[in-house]
Design a protein around this ligand. Structure first.
Ligand code: TRP
Length: 331
């Protein structure tokens, strides 16, 4: 059985983009693979969250994961910092990683541009920590978006380098898990092509949004002044509304508005009303479970404890093997 692993930084609630881009597929993957899904709280420290916010965000992501259908009996769900073995592996791997290559990583250079006043060492070593997350469970497959492919490539470099340096065939080289046809890209409500919290929080529909809030956000979504001649190509903002509709509405509904658009008879107000309703019905069962789970700290603690136990079992085995290979042996 393949080992699949993925992590998410706890920066707040999960939105429809997270759901269709990853979560939905995780729910499917847990049936056929040995899956490790974790909350990357160490990674999130690079942006200096307030301590109170960090705790809240970790809980919210755990709740959203479970509400979306991840089953702690079928997969291993854990919080990264509950598995301190990952820190030791990070330190050990770091000895064979070069400062120059880390400085050349595109995501690092991007961070330097974006936050010149907070170029901390954690940002520089981020790829080593991420490689440890993956290698510590000897994962075969990592479902990653485009933005993380470079990090996965580095993980393979570090793994191969370790194997070569010590003349062993210990680490497997993880590959990207390709969702293929199942990948649905969700656009933002603000006319942007990607629903993204860091770009614009108001452009996101969160799984935990109430029906009223969903309606309010959708009615405010960017559109345009409408087509003036048949066959006119759609503006990005209107294309986005259709894409969202494709994800949550019935094919009939989609066809109805498509035809209205083609005939220049479309009323965006009506379309948005329908879209808001369909998003609400889609999110409703998840929303309901979120509301229940939020008040069940005992259960959440139990889930986190079980996940930590399973993850540590796998992680400590790897760290012990690596120590042995490196020459850190019992006297
Ligand atoms: N860097 C990833 C992100 O920002 C999160 C992450 C941390 C991760 N460790 C990982 C993803 C290991 C996959 C595997 O999205």
């Amino acid at each position: 059985m393949d080992r699949v692993l993925s992590g998410i930084r706890p920066t707040g609630y999960l939105h429809l983009g997270n759901y269709f881009g990853a979560l939905k597929n995780f729910v499917r993957m847990q049936e056929e693979n040995n899956c490790y899904f974790f909350i990357a709280d160490y990674h999130s420290l690079t942006t200096h969250p307030k301590p109170g916010d960090l705790g809240t965000n970790i809980k919210n992501v755990l709740v959203d994961y479970l509400a979306a259908g991840l089953d702690p009996e079928k997969c291993t769900i854990y919080i990264q910092s509950d598995v301190p073995e990952v820190c030791e592996l990070t330190l050990l791997l770091a000895m064979n990683v070069y400062v120059g290559e880390l400085q050349r990583v595109p995501s690092f250079k991007e961070k330097v541009r974006r936050q010149p006043n907070n170029v901390n060492a954690g940002l520089l070593t981020y790829p080593i920590l991420m490689a440890s997350d993956i290698l510590i469970h000897r994962a075969d497959k990592v479902p990653v978006g485009k933005d993380q492919e470079q990090h996965l490539e580095l993980t393979r470099d570090f793994a191969q380098r370790f194997n070569h340096f010590y003349g062993v065939d210990y680490f497997k080289l993880p590959v990207a898990y390709n969702f293929g046809d199942h990948l649905v890209k969700i656009p933002g409500l603000d006319g942007s092509t990607k629903m993204s919290k860091s770009d614009n929080e108001a452009s996101c529909i969160f799984l935990s949004d109430s029906p009223e809030l969903i309606r309010k956000k959708v009615m405010k979504a960017v559109s345009d002044s409408g087509p003036t001649e048949p066959g006119q190509p759609k503006s990005q903002a209107v294309e986005n509304l259709f894409q969202l509709m494709e994800a949550v509405s019935s094919p009939d509904t989609l066809a109805f508005f498509e035809e209205a658009y083609q005939k220049c008879e479309i009323r965006y107000g009506d379309m948005k009303k329908q879209l808001a309703e369909d998003i609400t019905s889609f999110v409703a069962p998840i929303h309901e479970r979120i509301m229940t789970l939020r008040n069940d700290d005992d259960y959440l603690r139990k889930v986190a404890k079980l996940g930590a136990e399973k993850a540590r079992e796998s992680a400590s085995k790897t760290v012990n093997d690596v120590r042995e290979i490196i020459g850190i042996r019992k006297l």
